[in-house]
Design a protein. Sequence first.
Length: 392
Amino acid sequence: MPTDPSRRPGVETLCIHFGEDREERHGAAAPPLYQCSTFTYPDCEQFVGRTGPECDRYDYTRVCNPTTELLECKIAELECGESARAFGSGMAAISAAVLSCLKSGDHVVCIDTVYGPTRRLLSDYLPRLGIETTYVRGTDPSHFEAALRPQTRLIYLESPSSLLFELQDLGAVAKLARERGITTICDNSNATPLYQNPLALGVDLVVHSATKYLSGHSDLVAGFVAGSRQRLTALSSREGELLGGILDPFASWLLLRGLRTLSVRLERHQKNAMALARLLESDPRVARVLYSGLENHPQAALARRQMRGHSGMLSFELRQGSREATFAVVDALNLFGIAVSWGGYESLAIPVEVTDPADGRKKWLIRLSVGLESVEDLKADLYQALSRALAS
Ligand SMILES: Cc1ncc(COP(=O)(O)O)c(C=O)c1O
């Protein structure tokens, strides 16, 4: 079949090959790990010229490291950005991105189902710098518009959002923000760049907890910011180098390894989560299932427009929605570990108390991070846990 040389390679191919030059590394199938803090110079002239525009040498790992640089260039490409910067955690990336576009006196609009520590950063930390935040549900672009003030400089998005998996119309919100000179940031940890590209929809910066699907093995903590070269150059030299929360080369190397299998892992996460969502949906003991991939998700049409697939993350509410019943079901699970975090190869379950934006009431939900185990085993485990815990 003739191939079009201008065609962008598929994301599966990019995860594996983008930015890699095997000849440069003696044909080694895996990239080398530059586990070093500093880089030497052959003479004093080159050393004193090291900050000049012509110098293309590596200098110090907090500034740039070849292993981390390869990873950053893959993430930038996957996110349809010009540049990306790796950080030592998702929160380090989020705080760097947020701080990069705010100053004292500014105002932020954020979705109210945002990841808890991001909310604490905005609500507990930023007021010390004179920055205020307004929270909106965000399922309709008009929610953002209604909350804007003349001082609004940032709209912070997370789609699908934490625990409730509500979506925001990324293209519409980015447009209304851009028309007013407001920066938009979107946490894309759930969908990953394989299933959603906020930058291509007009969002200014994408942030990630790479601790989740991008690494996929529950063995490291990492984060990214991706966007235009101009924004990332400023962010790297200020929040990256000065706040210094950058990623260690070994974690970068492990992340490069995780990325190679991201596409096949995600396919399986999605398949397993969809099967469990359908099982739960048809179970009379379950009141509702929150999964962005379900046809009856309240924003299914938006999901089809801006997402290419869905992760392994879902929540469900029991009909008997008490704290006791919720805990009993989670405790009765055998294959699902009880732990925070998500996006790893292994299935996890936690009970979470959330405020339902539909009626403002507190509800107990069970959040699942559906792993890569046999789907029949996961279905059997969920079914036996519901039966054992709810038998009266
Ligand atoms: C949606 C989301 N964003 C960001 C983070 C923070 O990432 P990290 O734990 O890598 O700092 C998390 C962590 O759970 C998360 O769930």
